[in-house]
Design a protein around this ligand. Structure first.
Ligand SMILES: *[C@@H]1O[C@H](CO)[C@@H](O)[C@H](O)[C@H]1NC(C)=O
Ligand SMILES: *[C@@H]1O[C@H](CO)[C@@H](O)[C@H](O)[C@H]1NC(C)=O
Ligand SMILES: *[C@@H]1O[C@H](CO)[C@@H](O)[C@H](O)[C@H]1NC(C)=O
Ligand SMILES: *[C@@H]1O[C@H](CO)[C@@H](O)[C@H](O)[C@H]1NC(C)=O
Ligand SMILES: *[C@@H]1O[C@H](CO)[C@@H](O)[C@H](O)[C@H]1NC(C)=O
Ligand SMILES: *[C@@H]1O[C@H](CO)[C@@H](O)[C@H](O)[C@H]1NC(C)=O
Ligand SMILES: *[C@@H]1O[C@H](CO)[C@@H](O)[C@H](O)[C@H]1NC(C)=O
Ligand SMILES: [Cu+2]
Length: 569
């Protein structure tokens, strides 16, 4: 640690600091990630699951702002996977983004691939996870990333200590095997058995009393808690009994500090909060709760407090000269087949994503035709009352690998609109790779382009990579397309993602090498034939694969489905 030098060489240190502010050396770190099956016991049951370096959650990556990390991922599992660095911009380096069939083909079993993870503007807490829109490997293959400031300090008093809390979803068996099986056979999707904090269920769960995660703190100190929502499908509220929390950062950027009794994290979000241990010594529960459908006001109230620092050291650059405007509907869909079977899907602007056989980035970079099409639309095909009670209609979205092409340097505004197709509106967690964006506003109902923009925050909007799109509501974001590459944009919630709520933004090169994609590293994994074809997958994503949440809410479909199953017997 630099600080350790201070007592011995105070003069030298001052000298170094004076210079090093200008020639600050970014560090290079190396990690090996061995992905392999291992047995874990929770809730009285032992299961084998895929984890990194035998740990769940996986190892934490520690860096300073601007560092580079080489992570060699050795796949000792029995199927292909990729690892994504959530919220890391990776300037000009989409090759190491780790999106299966979007920026690379999977690392096959017994192979390895070295990611070069380039940190730039990020500062705070992020995370890494396996990334596929066709499986749930990320449920067990994930871990935190801590990015310390470099050459400067936190924009808040330095805490006495810090703690990472990763929230996960627990299944008492390898759920990814079940998901793959479901994609093949059409069996029911399971509900999770518990939620975990740092890999452990709460002490009221079976066989969990001794194992429940405990964190010892000293009285009268301030601690920084780094929260990671690694849940498969849910956003959640988090609180610590008897203590207020001061929110100071989100998705690797700082916020104007605000104090609150609870926080809320969208699926995939990370948050930095301070806690003062100012209550009488004792035990206090740290608890996560899922919102009920009446809790959206609490969620909105919380999110309204999220404001960027917008200071001299941490300025905001909200795009003002918008060259591309998109209005994107996020829907649950259903295709009814001739034999009365139906397939549940999800879509963006009525397009349900289908992975190509070769990754989009390679196809783009090498000018291969026939892999994707560039016609992802800027608006939905039809306008209707998106949030009305539309009943159980069949929606028949289009399928395909349709991408949106952006010129380098464009300033983009996207209004996401959740629809109530199938009477199944849900919250979504909209995530874009390669770019963080400013969240200008959100609201309920259909977006109104006359009155809603008046509510936008153009002064100090939060700078996120993952943001909540409210149920039956809208969300407006802006970003500058200044990172050339092919970047996935999707709902982070696992069940919506595997149904197709995904697309890709291709940002073209600028005019010089500094604004162009780097050349690909050697040894990019090559594309093997996937274990089952997209067509099979499509057929198998059938009626039986009903999302439990939807199940509970759309009784109409449930009854219809049961009747239909009986009919088929
Ligand atoms: C997990 O436990 C089962 C049953 O005890 C055993 O057969 C299996 O080899 C173990 N797997 C690993 C990866 O240790
Ligand atoms: C990693 O993969 C490269 C080929 O891509 C291979 O040459 C090397 O031996 C592998 N390393 C290990 C440790 O498996
Ligand atoms: C706005 O963007 C257009 C297209 O990129 C550009 O020609 C124009 O100069 C920009 N205007 C401002 C004020 O930046
Ligand atoms: C890529 O394809 C386009 C259209 O087919 C063509 O105009 C262009 O010259 C090609 N570029 C390269 C580098 O092959
Ligand atoms: C749609 O859902 C709402 C509440 O979830 C319910 O009151 C209404 O009856 C449903 N409409 C149809 C057509 O099923
Ligand atoms: C989606 O596209 C299909 C095919 O064009 C069309 O039949 C359907 O009505 C569209 N659905 C919506 C919700 O726009
Ligand atoms: C938007 O709001 C204005 C003002 O309330 C209203 O006149 C207009 O009809 C609304 N537009 C739509 C598309 O609902
Ligand atoms: Cu979603």
């Amino acid at each position: 640690m630099d600080v350790a030098l201070a007592p011995a060489f105070p003069v030298l240190l001052l000298f170094l600091v004076g210079i090093s502010l200008w020639v600050v050396e970014a560090e290079v770190h190396h990690y090996d990630f061995v992905v392999a099956e291992k047995n874990f016991t929770r809730l009285c049951k032992t299961k084998s699951m895929l984890v990194v370096n035998g740990q769940f959650p996986g190892p934490t990556i520690y860096v300073h702002k601007g560092d580079t990390v080489f992570v060699n991922v050795h796949n000792h599992g029995d199927y292909g996977l990729t690892i994504h660095w959530h919220g890391v911009k990776q300037p000009r380096n989409p090759w190491s983004d780790g999106s299966a069939y979007i920026t690379q083909c999977p690392i096959e079993p017994a192979k390895n691939f070295t990611y070069e993870v380039v940190f730039s503007e990020e500062e705070g807490t992020l995370w890494w996870h396996a990334n596929s829109n066709r499986d749930w490997t990320r449920n067990t293959v994930h871990g935190a990333i801590v990015v310390y400031p470099h050459g400067s300090s936190y924009p808040f008093p330095t805490p006495h200590g810090e703690q990472i809390l990763i929230f996960g979803t627990w299944f008492t068996y390898d759920v990814n095997k079940v998901i793959k099986e479901i994609l093949r056979t059409g069996k029911d999707v399971p509900i999770s058995d518990a939620y975990t904090i740092n890999g452990q269920p709460g002490d009221f769960c079976a066989c969990s009393k001794e194992m429940t995660y405990r964190w010892r703190v000293d009285y009268g100190k301030t601690y920084l808690i780094r929260l990671v929502n690694a849940l498969m499908n849910e956003e959640f509220f988090f609180a610590i009994a008897g203590h207020d929390l001061t929110v100071v950062g989100i998705d690797g950027s700082y916020l104007k500090p605000f104090t609150t009794s609870y926080v809320m994290l969208a699926t995939g979000q990370t948050m930095d909060v301070l806690i003062e241990t100012n209550q009488s010594p004792g035990r206090y529960y740290m608890a996560e709760t899922l919102p009920s459908y009446t809790d959206y006001d609490s969620a909105t109230r919380f999110r309204k407090n999220l404001k960027s620092l917008a200071s001299k050291e941490h300025p905001v650059h909200v795009p003002r000269n918008i060259t591309t405007r998109m209005y994107i509907t996020a829907s649950m869909d259903r295709i009814v087949h001739a034999d009365m079977d139906y397939t549940l899907l999800s879509s963006l602007n009525n397009i349900s994503w289908v992975n190509p056989s070769t990754d989009v980035l390679q196809a783009y970079y090498r000018n291969l035709s026939g892999i994707y099409t560039s016609d992802f639309p800027n608006e939905p095909p039809y306008y209707f009352d998106f949030v009305a009670d539309l009943g159980d209609t069949s929606t028949h979205p289009l399928k395909g690998a349709k991408v949106k092409i952006l010129e380098y340097g464009e300033e983009v505004e996207i209004v996401f609109q959740s629809t109530n197709l199938l009477n199944a509106s849900d919250e979504h967690s909209m995530y874009i790779h390669g770019h963080k964006y400013y969240v200008l506003g959100e609201g309920y109902g259909n977006f109104n382009s006359t009155i809603d923009p008046e509510t936008y925050n153009l002064v100090d909007p939060p700078y996120l990579s993952t943001a909540s799109l409210p149920v039956k509501g809208w969300l407006t974001i802006r970003f500058k397309a200044n990172n050339p590459g092919a970047w996935a944009m999707y709902c982070q919630e696992g069940r919506h993602l595997i149904w197709g709520m995904n697309t890709v933004l291709i940002v073209k090169n600028g005019i010089n090498p500094e604004t162009s994609i780097r050349s690909p590293p050697p040894n990019m994994p090559s594309c093997q034939s996937s274990p089952f074809s997209e067509e099979d997958l499509w057929k198998f994503r059938l009626n039986k694969y009903i999302d439990n949440k939807i199940f509970a809410r759309i009784r109409g479909i449930k009854i219809e489905l049961l009747q239909m199953l009986r009919f088929k017997l």
